[in-house]
Design a protein around this ligand. Structure first.
Ligand SMILES: Nc1ncnc2c1ncn2[C@@H]1O[C@H](COP(=O)(O)OP(=O)(O)OP(=O)(O)O)[C@@H](O)[C@H]1O
Ligand SMILES: [Mg+2]
Length: 252
């Protein structure tokens, strides 16, 4: 299987604290891969390093065969990597459809030259709306397309965030706790939708999630961290029966 993301000996310290203490891991293309580990083990720091929110102190990060360690976030985003946050960040007064439309990577509103050519602008607007509708359909949000984001349920807000990330035509999405604070029924629905997005759009997911009771039923591969290091990797059953993983959680 092709590796879409490869980290080699990635390091990041905050003062004396080694938040990432030499992490090497691969993510295979078109998988749902989950990153687990107790609080403070370095999961969000790893996502921030991949997305260019800071430069790693050392190590290599390759995305689709390209070295991205140290590139700024907007360049990484343009290469096809997008993320969501632990707490959804939406435009609360805009509708669901509008939230997706404004997330489009090459939205015509960004370009003065394009926006003065009205015909181009209209064509692109139509194309963007068509793409947004398709994504809303896949996410099961078609019925609430005209609802302002502020009126959605917590689970729907998480889905809109994923929809916004997909509008960039991302090949890979990094999701930080996509089902935290969501009731179990909806949490299962969200993971079922991620499986569908993997299969129908060929998107790769790297997911940080504490709700293992829900997530493990859906994921292909697990990486477990503790104290800034990778302690186990493999299919869910093998990682969950690894004594090093149990020890990491007990020690935390
Ligand atoms: N900007 C920062 N400055 C100083 N320390 C930081 C910073 N960001 C993270 N840390 C520290 O790095 C360590 C790893 O934090 P990180 O947020 O990556 O953990 P996590 O695995 O995402 O935890 P959680 O499951 O609680 O979200 C923690 O000890 C944290 O306090
Ligand atoms: Mg975190």
């Amino acid at each position: 299987m092709n590796q879409i993301l490869q980290l080699r000996d990635v390091r990041k310290s905050f003062g004396m604290l080694h938040a990432l203490d030499g992490v090497s891991l691969d993510v295979s293309e078109k998988t749902l891969t989950i990153l687990i580990g107790p609080n403070g083990s370095g999961k969000t720091t790893l996502i921030n390093a991949v997305m260019g929110y800071f430069k790693p102190d050392a190590g290599s990060i390759e995305f689709s065969g390209r070295q991205i360690a140290g590139l700024p976030p907007h360049k990484i985003y343009r290469l096809g990597l997008a993320r969501t946050f632990q707490i959804p960040a939406l435009f609360w007064k805009l509708t669901v459809l509008e939230n997706l439309m404004v997330a489009e990577k090459d939205h015509p509103g960004e370009s003065f030259v394009k926006s003065v050519v009205a015909r181009t602008w209209r064509d692109e607007e139509t194309r963007t709306a068509t793409k947004a509708s398709k994504i809303l359909e896949l996410l099961g949000l078609a019925k609430v397309w005209d609802v302002p984001a502020v009126n959605l349920s917590g689970g729907q807000m998480k889905l809109v965030e994923i929809g916004r990330a997909l509008m960039s035509d991302a090949k890979m999405l990094l999701l930080d706790e996509p089902v935290s604070g969501v009731n179990p029924t909806l949490a299962h629905e969200i993971f079922a939708k991620l499986v569908r997005l993997r299969d129908e759009l060929g998107v790769t997911f790297l997911i940080v999630e504490h709700r293992l009771d829900i997530a493990l039923d859906y994921v292909d591969y697990v990486h477990a961290m503790a104290y800034g290091k990778l302690v186990a990797s493999g299919p869910p059953a093998s990682v969950m029966s690894d004594p090093k993983v149990a020890e990491a959680y007990l020690g935390a």
